[in-house]
Design a protein around this ligand. Structure first.
Ligand SMILES: C[S@@+](CC[C@H](N)C(=O)[O-])C[C@H]1O[C@@H](n2cnc3c(N)ncnc32)[C@H](O)[C@@H]1O
Length: 242
């Protein structure tokens, strides 16, 4: 199944890679909080869909007294629960989850929405986000790259040293059918265990900007905006539940 990759069963390695690469969850969350506040100043609850290890949620919790998360991967949720004891952190699929309550903001970040098979599933996932918003609630969805911008043959590589581990991550992404196939190799070394190697495969769906916009409309979202988030980044959709 898309989205269930070995790295999501190795949550500490996932976190170490992005910490080592300098991903600034605090600044990221502050920027996203400001976008919510501009549209809904009194927002006090936030749900992060595909929340992973809760790194964004931990910062959102400083601004929203009531935070919750949904993710498919039990190991990612294990770390999220350590970070956010007491928060509702639900194991579920973004295409079908139902929490039985609503929020003032819903986020789905780091292109996690790309783990769908087709436009119908994209629309279903967005519909689940809208269904969990209060009227006037704000959704922030970071898409995967648009079809019209998608590269093929893209390589990235990093080596980080975090908490006594050295981790090398190298990725290769190619276009395949209607999607991106990303192969990632990890080398994880520490003094006690030596060097471990594993390979990850990510299948991410490609949609045009117009297809995303149609899916938001069909899901019941209103006041849709697309914000450019800088070179090489896939941008951000912002919408509101009427
Ligand atoms: C790239 S990670 C992003 C995690 C987190 N939002 C972050 O920014 O660090 C993608 C996350 O999506 C989750 N995921 C993949 N498919 C999913 C699905 N169908 N429903 C819910 N979560 C899913 C994975 O388990 C993983 O935690």
């Amino acid at each position: 199944m898309r989205g269930v990759s070995p790295i999501y069963s190795r949550a500490e390695i996932y976190d170490a890679v992005y910490r080592g690469r300098g991903r600034d969850y605090r600044a990221d969350s502050a920027r996203l909080t400001a976008l919510v506040r501009e549209r809904n100043p009194a927002a006090s609850s936030l749900l992060d869909v595909a929340c992973g290890t809760g790194a964004n949620l931990a910062h959102f919790a400083a601004d929203f007294p009531d935070v919750a998360g949904v993710d498919l991967a039990p190991d990612m949720l294990r770390v999220a629960r350590e970070r956010l004891p007491g928060a509702l952190l639900h194991e579920g699929d973004m295409r079908s989850f139902e929490l039985g309550r609503r929020f003032d903001a819903v986020t789905c970040l780091f292109s996690s929405i790309g783990y769908v098979d087709d436009l119908a599933q994209l629309t279903a996932a967005l519909e689940r986000c809208v269904a969990h918003l209060n009227p006037g609630g704000v959704m922030l969805i970071e898409p995967w790259h648009f079809t019209e911008n998608a590269l093929s043959g893209h390589v990235t590589g990093d080596t980080v040293a975090v908490d006594g581990r050295t981790i090398s991550r190298m990725s290769h992404t190619v276009r395949e059918g209607d999607g991106h196939r990303m192969t990632v190799h990890y080398l994880v070394a520490d003094a006690a265990s030596g060097i471990d190697h594993f390979t990850d495969l990510h299948m991410l769906a490609l949609f045009s900007r117009a297809e995303y916009e149609r899916a938001f409309t069909d899901a019941g979202a209103a006041r849709l905006e697309f914000l450019d988030t800088g070179p090489g980044r896939p941008g951000l959709f912002v919408a509101v539940r009427p």
